[in-house]
Ligand binder design. Structure first.
Ligand SMILES: Nc1ncnc2c1ncn2[C@@H]1O[C@H](COP(=O)(O)OP(=O)(O)O)[C@@H](O)[C@H]1O
Ligand SMILES: [Mg+2]
Length: 426
């Protein structure tokens, strides 16, 4: 047979050589393809630097002296330049910035986070510092275009920031994406489900997919039991064998929420989670979130201010890409002097003008809200002000042409309107 003798004297047939060459070529092409996949810019998500294999090797050589998987380089962001611009920074944002800089044990923190899209010269996010700690449910509020989705998309690895740092459970976005992905879950604004698969199959599939060293079910029986417990928690048991395409929008929404709760993710993003759910299902979702929040952080966006008030222990208000205020509802109410909302219904238009004068005279710090109807005026009155005069008006309704007066506590909506009022007027 045709034999080729190599230097070591061992013989290989030509076919062996061809196979060997093919294997080596495939390996080279695979590595080259993998390299290109990682470095070429993508529409969404992160790309590595072209020199990343060298960096990786360097890190590998150094790693013996460092703790495994260790995490943050606390000073790898530059804070000096931005301090110059912070003259008008609100106190709550200043405190949050301090916390973000120092609190390395948080579930997530963004430090001077900024984003400018390549096709849009405006800053979608500018210098945003927010910290999420264990047990926090953070409501991200703001008008359209405020930067809420950009914020969530950066934290979930879909969009690359242009400035600043983001750490999730200690891992840095951009450099440790594998670890970051293991720590996050996402429930998008729109349901992304497989119409031909059943609800139970979805749960089963995602449970298998989300297993890792911190969330491990040892056999099929445990997986099935876990899925059953999820069905029970979200009240989906009777629909478990239905194909998703045959389920109502509300059920699909509940399934999307349920999928984002699978596993051990420390940070869960929810974009308008209860949109399209009826009141009882909303309450069930609130209870579920509350019952599993202990060692996690939730970040949710909502246009339902009541939801933000009931569910969130921390509110962060964005407007035009900037963080305008952050804190608990009560802290924000106090710092913006919001206390009560007084709604006055009257009979004639001229009574409305008289009423404005009376309120303005007796409560100089009251703010009149945009009227819903010509015969209903609403005012925001700070909480440190004595409301006796309102009770006096109520007792003498007829003299002032008033039909009825209602007093209620200010809501998240009042806070939001107050915080972004200047931006809305521009
Ligand atoms: N893919 C994109 N390309 C260019 N500009 C974008 C893109 N996504 C968002 N923006 C801009 O960034 C700003 C913030 O948008 P977004 O984060 O979607 O706000 P929100 O979710 O609060 O409504 C807006 O001015 C928007 O026009
Ligand atoms: Mg959005």
């Amino acid at each position: 047979m045709n034999q080729i003798i190599n230097l070591s004297g061992k013989g290989y047939s030509q076919i062996d050589q061809v196979i060997l060459a093919l294997i080596i070529q495939s390996l080279i092409y695979f590595l080259f393809g993998y390299y290109l996949f990682n470095v070429l810019p993508k529409k969404n998500g992160f790309s590595f630097s072209p020199f990343y294999p060298f960096k990786f090797l360097k890190k590998l050589l150094k790693s013996t002296s460092k703790k495994k998987n260790s995490i943050e380089d606390k000073n790898n962001y530059n804070d000096e330049t931005i301090d110059m611009e912070r003259i008008g920074e609100n106190e709550s944002c200043r405190l949050e910035r301090e916390k973000a800089k120092n609190n390395s044990n948080s579930i997530f923190r963004t430090i001077n986070l900024g984003k400018v899209y390549s096709n849009n010269s405006n800053e979608a996010l500018s210098d945003v510092n927010i910290v999420g700690e264990k047990g926090d449910i953070i409501g991200l509020l703001g008008p359209n275009g405020a930067g809420k989705s950009t914020f969530i998309n950066i934290l979930s690895g879909l969009v690359k920031p242009t400035n600043g740092g983001v750490y999730i459970n200690g891992y840095e976005i951009g450099n440790q994406m594998g670890k970051v992905y293991q720590n996050i879950s996402y429930c998008g604004q729109f349901d992304i489900l497989y119409k031909d698969l059943t609800i139970f199959y979805h749960l089963n599939f995602y449970t298998i997919l989300k297993q890792n060293s911190t969330f491990f079910l040892k056999d099929n029986k445990e997986i099935q039991e876990y899925c059953q417990s999820l069905l029970k928690r979200m009240n989906l048991e009777e629909h478990k064998d239905k194909k998703v395409g045959q389920c109502s929008g509300g059920i699909q929404r509940k399934l999307s929420i349920c999928l984002s709760l699978i596993g051990n993710s420390k940070l869960i993003f929810m974009d308008e989670p209860t949109n399209g759910l009826d009141q009882s299902n909303r309450e069930m979702v609130y209870e579920t979130i509350q019952s599993i929040k202990q060692d996690r952080t939730f970040v949710l966006t909502t246009h339902n201010m009541k939801e933000a008030q009931i569910l969130c222990n921390k509110i962060a208000i964005l407007s035009k890409g900037k963080l305008k205020a952050v804190g608990t509802t009560n802290q924000l109410k106090n710092s913006y002097g919001l206390g009560y909302q007084v709604d006055v219904y009257f009979k004639n238009l001229k009574d409305g003008n008289t009423l404005d004068n009376l309120i303005g005279y007796n409560f100089p710090t009251a703010v009149k809200k945009k009227p819903i109807s010509q015969f209903l005026h609403s005012y925001s009155i700070p909480n440190d002000i004595n409301l006796d005069y309102i009770f006096y008006l109520h007792n003498n309704k007829n003299e002032n042409g008033i039909l009825d007066i209602k007093i209620s506590q200010s809501t998240c909506e009042d806070i939001l309107l107050k915080v972004v009022e200047n931006d809305l007027q521009m």
